[in-house]
Design a protein around this ligand. Sequence first.
Ligand code: NAG
Ligand code: NAG
Ligand code: NAG
Ligand code: NAG
Length: 380
Amino acid sequence: MANFSFLNLLFIVLFSTAAVEVAVVASTPAATVKGAYYPSWVSSSFPPSSIETSLFTHILYAFLSPSNSTYKFEVSDSTAPLLSNFTASLRRKNPPVKTLISIGGASDGPTLFATIASSASTRKLFIDSSIEVARRYGFDGLDLDWEMPENPKQMTDLGLLFQEWRSAIQREAQATARPPLLLTAAVYFAVDFFLSGTYRMYPVASINQNLDWINAMCYDYHGSWDTSATGAQAAFFDPNSNISSNYGLRSWIKAGLQRKKLVMGLPLYGRTWKLKDPNVHGIGAPAVGLGPGDDGVLIYSQVETFNKENNATVKYDATTVSTYSFQGTSWVGYDGVVSTATKVRLARALGLRGYFFWALSYDKEWKISTQASRAWIYGK
Ligand SMILES: *[C@@H]1O[C@H](CO)[C@@H](O)[C@H](O)[C@H]1NC(C)=O
Ligand SMILES: *[C@@H]1O[C@H](CO)[C@@H](O)[C@H](O)[C@H]1NC(C)=O
Ligand SMILES: *[C@@H]1O[C@H](CO)[C@@H](O)[C@H](O)[C@H]1NC(C)=O
Ligand SMILES: *[C@@H]1O[C@H](CO)[C@@H](O)[C@H](O)[C@H]1NC(C)=O
């Protein structure tokens, strides 16, 4: 049985390699993205030089924000050396990886970018400054993490921002005879905000035309905002609702996004609940509050510690493609080795460009990042 599957796999690998080589002749396929956001606040305990670059293709520096009065980047004296060190360290690694500045993040809130995107003059101030900063510190690209556009007007403005940003990037590349900067964005797991009161949809045509790819945040589906039941916070499938990566990723494709512009997010952290009854411990089990961790969040390395210290029971759930563990009334939903590798294979089978992690330093000795990278190679 084991031998049979291995030969079968080998055949598929050899066969698909041949198919890919034929395709290369026709047109160069978009290179795989194995991305990860680097939380810059860990730089003293987790310096860029310690990143295992063989597991990634792109590392995003999180985060840099424009000024809320000039809309330009005013890099402080304490941040400048971090940026220089980040790009210099990663360029010197073997293999080197590409670096992007991720702009914004959840803590910036939605208003700053709504203001910037709302007029041609503020868009220009922001765009020109972003390109200047990326070049000054040696980055290969820029990523916008506006969480989240709040209405249809802001989505239209976002489309204009991407269009003018791409034009400016092309002009700069031509003027300086350098490869153009990459341009990406972190976005909601689905193309539209079908769960919210104010319906709005991302500007897919502008994204196809102007971005290299988008990073779909396929996580935070369940969490501290609902303590009534446990949940798979990054379920790939959900038989009972549309709050799943399968639904979200397919909604992007259905809306016309090119599959090679779509990169799936993977969480390197879990979310915890306090069970109502320790004997009822499945996904969706009744809960009465949050479990261990800050606001019910444990990063992956803490989940491993929790499991070990408490001799927790660990279960893989094939229905949702997720992992959970529990001991007594403490319950943790997360992605372990098996669920991560399975999701990566599913993303590859969907024809996506790749995957990314939030966040790089949350892994335990590169365990999950390694399995994800292997699963992509042996995908299908
Ligand atoms: C603008 O930024 C400054 C400095 O970060 C902050 O103190 C201030 O509250 C911000 N103003 C608004 C309107 O967000
Ligand atoms: C980055 O900073 C660290 C110390 O924080 C230093 O050891 C290293 O040499 C620096 N790397 C580069 C490329 O400047
Ligand atoms: C999921 O979305 C589809 C449309 O995309 C809709 O027809 C269906 O009713 C939704 N299912 C649930 C459980 O909300
Ligand atoms: C850990 O749990 C298993 C059952 O899940 C049990 O057999 C074992 O004795 C436990 N070990 C300790 C050290 O509590």
